[in-house]
Design a protein around this ligand. Structure first.
Ligand SMILES: O=C(O)C1=C[C@@H](OP(=O)(O)O)[C@@H](O)[C@H](O)C1
Ligand SMILES: C=C(OP(=O)(O)O)C(=O)O
Length: 450
């Protein structure tokens, strides 16, 4: 059964009749799951991923690695059916993936869907295979930037056929090994270029030294996540800070350990639920919120507090409480760009204007998120304008209507947040949340019914 057969093309976003009060167990992080899959596949011994995210992006990653020869066995315990509003005991949360590394083989075909992590992290892995690996994906994947990865891999010794645009579709002619070495790239359009090169680098003959040359570098927490996860599997990663050499990373060649890793909840997917507390003046607890994390979603504690809520991190998780009053915010989201749609939704309901800055690269995400947010909020009566690197949002009374998603999971969840406060909002293709959160509609109604 497809998502669209489960949910109608237009999903009536539930309107909140009062303050929400719920505990919402959020599935594993997309970014951690997909890094863990790559690192476990490149290790010299089997490993485990516990509580991985099972969504379109992570299943595409697993399938692609399987196509190259990696063994990924999924075990789903019968007790895994956890209610979204009840915190299940860790051992009852069911799912674990055993990853058994193997020699990587071509020919193989990889469907990247519209997953930035798959289209950027896997071409470097494919250079280690002993044959051609063909990469293709959704139409939007052809438009998303990839040239930094392609050019860097060529510099490091790879043979890649693309159509000359530096984008998908393409074929990596894996030679069974890659020389590696030093490479300069401009990763201002996506931090994933840097993460991609670093993740496979322990397996390059000479490792890698990556130098970012562009003026801006988005999503730094995601690069820190890459570095920390590499170190956790035994890789040596240096970040020379001397002589003005920031944005330089060195990874030495080494074997990688197989680990038993429990994946943290996806804090960016926790965003709409925390937003629900803020918008309805209610309370939402997200169990297992890590005390320390590289996930950008952790910044919501500060951002949503500045917008009028209050949060407390205890042994039970993160409890976020709203007052019913929402304030506008002036904030640079360059480090945490994937939070922008959800923040824009809350900002459209605030008592003062907001300026969201530092996110020009969102024009090249799942959709042009700056254009999409502007158009959809304005169609409901809002007053949003695009700037060179973000959005100005002047709250106005909104009315119901269709909120289009442009196949972007975070547009769908942003529309649902607005729907809590505005009657008659209908989300077109809510099934697109399957990219990272397939259970979103049921979790959302579960939260409201709790
Ligand atoms: O490395 C990652 O897991 C990600 C990095 C970020 O990409 P960009 O730097 O392209 O924004 C983020 O937006 C994306 O959702 C996930
Ligand atoms: C930008 C995102 O995804 P991707 O990994 O496809 O870049 C996102 O999830 O907000």
């Amino acid at each position: 059964m497809t998502e669209s057969s489960v949910h109608p093309a237009l999903w009536p976003a539930p309107h909140a009749s009062g303050a929400v009060d719920a505990t919402v167990t959020v599935p594993g992080s997309k970014s951690v799951t997909n890094r863990a899959l790559v690192l476990a596949s490149l290790a010299s011994e089997p490993g485990w991923l516990r509580r991985p995210l099972r969504s379109r992006d992570t299943l595409l990653m697993a399938d692609a690695l399987r196509a190259m020869g990696v063994g990924i066995e999924e075990t789903i315990s019968s007790s895994s059916a956890s209610s979204p509003s009840a915190a299940a005991a860790p051992e009852a949360k069911g799912e674990a993936w055993r990853v058994i590394p193997a020699g990587l083989h071509g020919p193989a075909a990889v469907d990247v869907g519209n997953a930035g992590t798959v289209m950027r992290f896997l071409p470097p892995v494919a250079t280690l295979a002993d044959g051609p690996i063909r990469f293709d994906g959704d139409p939007r994947s052809y438009e998303r930037p990839l040239t930094g990865v392609i050019e860097a891999l060529r510099t490091l010794g790879a043979r890649i056929d693309d159509d000359g645009r530096g984008a998908l579709p393409l074929t990596v002619h894996g030679g069974g090994a890659l020389v590696g070495g030093t490479v300069s790239i401009d990763a201002s359009s996506s931090s994933q270029f840097v993460s991609a090169l670093l993740l496979s680098a322990p397996r390059f003959n000479q490792g890698v030294e990556v130098r970012h040359t562009g003026t801006t570098l988005p999503s730094m927490p995601h690069i820190r996540m890459t570095v920390e996860m590499l170190r956790a599997v035994g890789a040596q990663v240096d970040e020379p800070e001397t002589g003005g050499e920031r944005n330089v990373w060195r990874v030495s060649p080494s074997a990688l350990l197989g680990r038993d890793l429990t994946i943290e909840p996806d804090l960016s997917n926790a965003q709409p639920f925390l937003a629900a507390a803020l918008v309805t003046g209610g309370r939402v607890t997200v169990p297992d919120w890590p005390e320390r994390t590289t996930q950008p979603g952790d910044a919501l504690r500060e951002i949503f507090t500045a917008m009028g809520g209050d949060c407390e991190l205890t042994g039970k998780g993160l409890t976020f409480t709203g007052t019913g009053r929402i304030h506008g915010i002036d904030v640079d989201l360059g480090e945490v760009g994937e939070l922008t749609p959800g923040i824009a939704a809350v900002a459209a309901l605030a008592d003062s204007p907001s300026t969201l800055r530092g996110v020009a690269h969102l024009r090249l995400h799942e959709t042009d998120r700056l254009a999409a947010l502007t158009k959809e909020i304005n169609e409901l009566g809002g007053d949003v304008t695009e700037t060179a690197d973000g959005l100005h949002i002047r709250p106005r009374p909104l009315r119901g209507g269709v909120f289009h998603t442009y196949d972007d999971h975070r547009m769908a969840t942003a529309g649902a947040v607005i729907g809590l406060a505005v009657k008659g909002v209908e989300i077109e293709n809510v099934g697109t949340t399957a990219k990272t959160l397939p259970d979103f509609p049921d979790m959302w109604t579960g939260m409201l019914g709790a």
